[in-house]
Ligand binder design. Structure first.
Ligand code: GLA
Length: 356
């Protein structure tokens, strides 16, 4: 007779434990929405979909809405993968961010060339950009509340404000404002963001600031700045993050952290195709450093909750992330709050345990 009772007690204990795991979305409900970058396959029933629904209040398509994947040929859109994400968001009351309408990478080749392979004219490229933005924004009108309109238009080094991309080469700097105007026309209620990385570098921060200030002075419809937040356990400092949030907010814009991950390796290592030879090990030291770093980042973010409207993690768990192959092929990284078995890491508890 004793055994069943024991089972009831044990099951009861585990249920209570499961119920007690705090969630990012509830813990941060009075601060900002907590989001995650996802792939269409994660929408299928399973542990990833469960984790997304349990923990997050918002999603971003990691790749499915980028120019190349969604618009591979001039007269062909590949809506299905992006729709799958939008459908799950609508069905479960999750917010959805759009990423991204104009970026120089993952752009289809046809976009810039005519049938003979020559660069198209400025007028043709603007018309294509308008068509693309209008079609994509209209399709998700009312489902997507914020779009990253232009991504990474500013180079890291040098004094130049504009990255020398194909858009810049053919259209000139005005491609940026046109992209925002087209998006605004297609969905006037959508919040439109400029999104970039390395925004805590003082030189790049200043260049982005000047760019956006210019857009604001011209009356271009822009509402927010996305700090990608591809950071590491060694950077940024609290002061540098604070300086970015405050500076961009001073332009009258909302700020979001749009692609947060904290790599366990130092940044700025050159990209290489030589496969990584080291061990894939998440050491105790990495665990502690990462937890402390996440704690500090979220302290700063909470302090600026009046300026921040969202924080999105770039991938769900350490099972797989884009950092597993970047910048070094085959080098496993451990950048997120959930481990490869979808269990919360030490860093997770540092993010959710704070005195309110
Ligand atoms: C940039 C882009 C993202 C993504 C990452 C790598 O940050 O904005 O869409 O491609 O690189 O995943």
């Amino acid at each position: 007779m004793k055994k069943p009772l024991l089972i009831v007690v044990v099951v009861g204990f585990f249920n209570a434990a499961a119920q007690e795991t705090p969630t990012l979305k509830k813990t941060y409900k009075d601060y900002f929405v907590m989001g995650v970058a996802v792939a269409p396959r994660m929408m299928d029933a399973g542990p990833e979909a469960d984790l997304i629904k349990a923990q997050f209040g918002s999603m971003t398509a990691e790749n499915a809405m980028k120019m190349g994947p969604i618009h591979p040929e001039e007269n062909k859109y590949n809506w299905a993968p992006a729709d799958k994400i939008a459908d799950l968001a609508v069905q479960n009351g999750l917010k959805l961010r759009g990423h991204t309408l104009c970026w120089h990478e993952q752009t289809p080749r046809w976009f810039f060339t005519d049938s003979t392979g020559k660069d198209v004219t400025k007028d043709v490229l603007l018309a294509r950009l308008k068509q693309h933005i209008t079609d994509v924004v209209s399709r998700y009108k009312g489902k997507i509340y914020a779009w990253d309109v232009v991504n990474e238009a500013v180079p890291d080094g040098g004094t130049e404000i504009y990255r020398k991309t194909k858009f810049y080469e053919i259209i000139g700097e005005e491609y940026i404002e046109w992209a925002f105007r087209y998006a605004h026309e297609a969905d006037p209620n959508c919040r439109l963001f400029y999104n970039d990385y390395n925004t805590e570098n003082p030189v790049k921060r200043e260049k982005i600031y000047q760019l956006i200030k210019g857009l604001r002075q011209k009356g271009v419809p822009i509402h927010g700045v996305g700090l990608q937040g591809h950071w590491s356990i060694y950077e940024p400092t609290a002061e540098a993050l604070e300086a970015s949030i405050t500076k961009f907010a001073s332009l009258g814009l909302k700020v979001q952290i749009t692609e947060l991950d904290v790599s366990v390796y130092a940044k700025n290592q050159p990209k290489t195709d030589i496969p990584y030879q080291g061990k894939a090990e998440f050491t105790q030291e990495m665990n502690d450093k990462q937890a402390a770093h996440y704690k500090m980042l979220f302290e700063v973010m909470r302090k600026h909750k009046d300026k921040l409207t969202g924080v999105t993690f770039w991938n769900l768990s350490d099972k797989s992330s884009w950092l597993d192959n970047f910048p070094i092929r085959g080098r496993k990284d451990f950048p997120l709050l959930f481990d490869a078995n979808f269990q919360p890491k030490k860093a997770f508890f540092e993010v959710v345990n704070f005195s309110k």
